[in-house]
Design a protein around this ligand. Structure first.
Ligand code: CTP
Length: 131
């Protein structure tokens, strides 16, 4: 079985998120998603997500292109997760280009182009500006 893994916060779920998840799933036949914990998101982006990790896990788990979901506690644990879930391929959006090449000893890494013109941060800014 070709197992694929990807990671992300997936806060305020949008079309860019589903696009990358569907493309990742098409590259194999079993997709595992590491959803960043609330604390990890805070350390990366200096803000807590709008949706908490329990709700974000529930949303991602409900998608038909996703087979398994877990909470990602630390960026540095990527290799441990890759080994634990026995995956062949790590897929990330190209905003992460080159950042995870260090796991290439154990797994292929592919950076896919982001869906243009949409991001969680932008949605939050647009909503804030409208109040
Ligand atoms: N992603 C994508 N296209 C977008 C937005 C996100 O392909 N327009 C991908 C990212 O590259 C990543 C995954 O979706 O692999 C999860 O990204 P995440 O950081 O959760 O979403 P963003 O919308 O980028 O969030 P933010 O604006 O807070 O950075």
């Amino acid at each position: 079985m070709n197992r694929v893994i990807t990671f992300g916060t997936f806060d305020v779920f949008h079309v860019g998120h589903i696009n990358i998840l569907e493309r990742a799933r098409e590259l194999g036949d079993y997709l595992i998603v590491g959803v960043s914990s609330d604390e990890l998101n805070f350390s990366k982006k200096k803000r807590y997500p709008i949706y908490n990790q329990k709700d974000r896990v529930k949303i991602i788990s409900s998608l038909k292109c996703v087979d398994e979901v877990f909470v990602e506690e630390s960026l540095e644990l990527k290799l441990e997760y890759i080994k634990k879930y026995n995956v062949k391929l790590l897929v990330m959006g190209d905003d992460w280009q080159g950042k995870f090449d260090w796991v290439k000893s154990d797994c292929d890494v592919l950076y896919l182009p982001r869906t243009p013109s949409i991001s969680t941060t932008e949605i939050i800014e647009v909503v804030k500006a409208s109040f």
